[in-house]
Write a protein that binds this ligand. Structure first.
Ligand SMILES: Nc1ncnc2c1ncn2[C@@H]1O[C@H](COP(=O)(O)OP(=O)(O)OP(=O)(O)O)[C@@H](O)[C@H]1O
Ligand SMILES: [Mg+2]
Length: 212
């Protein structure tokens, strides 16, 4: 279980705190959806949880033990908004092997299978894939790191309707195995994910009961 307790965060360059007492418990099998308007602090919260930055106040626990930023970076996989902008590999295979030089053909195939990309040509450039396939590849790259916590920042941004549905189906599958936190400004798209929904507003998380 991942637990956030009373997190406060104000970047040095900001004139007011962005997160003001964030508490949350997240378990595998129970995806968390965090909705919030543009500028409400969703991406900032992802950065804090994943250890890219440290809150000034509050504690983050993993399995009831406080966990520092450097360890959180190992614990968490993050798929940022528009992850396809950051592909580095010249081919799909290279992209999967970044950081995993000894990744076997079988492991590559498994990772691609998990995200529904079994039939893809590994020699293709990531940029040649469709928008939805690129998003799946970015998720596969993170899954290879076997993160205990997967954080997705606006996973449906910029995708068309049919592809959005596919990504949400994929997330439903992934959520069974690990802690999954999705942040979005389009929560109504995630109705089928059966998640606990919160709204980030004025630096605080408020539970949401209906998604309409
Ligand atoms: N390093 C920083 N310095 C100053 N202000 C910052 C910093 N990081 C974020 N902010 C401010 O904090 C607020 C929250 O930003 P954040 O990117 O987390 O919002 P968001 O909810 O992800 O928005 P969007 O839906 O547009 O992606 C914004 O007003 C932003 O300008
Ligand atoms: Mg954002």
């Amino acid at each position: 279980m991942l637990e956030l307790k009373r997190l406060h965060y104000q970047p040095a360059t900001a004139n007011k705190p962005i997160l003001q007492g964030i508490s949350l418990k997240a378990n595998s099998g129970h995806p968390i959806l965090i909705a919030g308007a543009s500028g409400s602090g969703k991406t900032t919260l992802v950065e804090v949880i994943s250890g890219l930055t440290n809150p000034q106040k509050g504690i983050i626990y993993w399995q009831k033990v406080p966990i520092k930023a450097n360890k959180r970076r190992w614990l968490c996989g993050v798929v940022f908004q528009f992850p396809e902008r950051y592909f580095l590999g010249l081919t799909v295979s290279q992209e999967l092997r970044l950081g995993h030089r000894r990744l076997s053909g079988k492991d590559q195939a498994n990772a691609l299978h998990k995200v529904g990309l079994s039939k893809i040509d590994l020699r293709k450039a990531p940029e040649q894939l469709s928008g939805g396939q690129q998003r799946r590849l970015a998720i596969a790259v993170q899954l290879l790191r076997r993160p205990s916590v997967l954080l997705l920042d606006e996973p449906t941004a910029g995708l068309d309707w049919s592809v959005r549905g596919e990504i949400i189906d994929l997330l439903t599958k992934i959520a069974k195995e690990q802690v999954l936190i999705v942040v979005t400004h389009e929560p109504e798209l995630f109705k089928n994910l059966l998640s606990d929904v919160y709204r980030l507003e004025e630096g605080q998380l408020k539970p949401v009961t209906t998604l309409n």
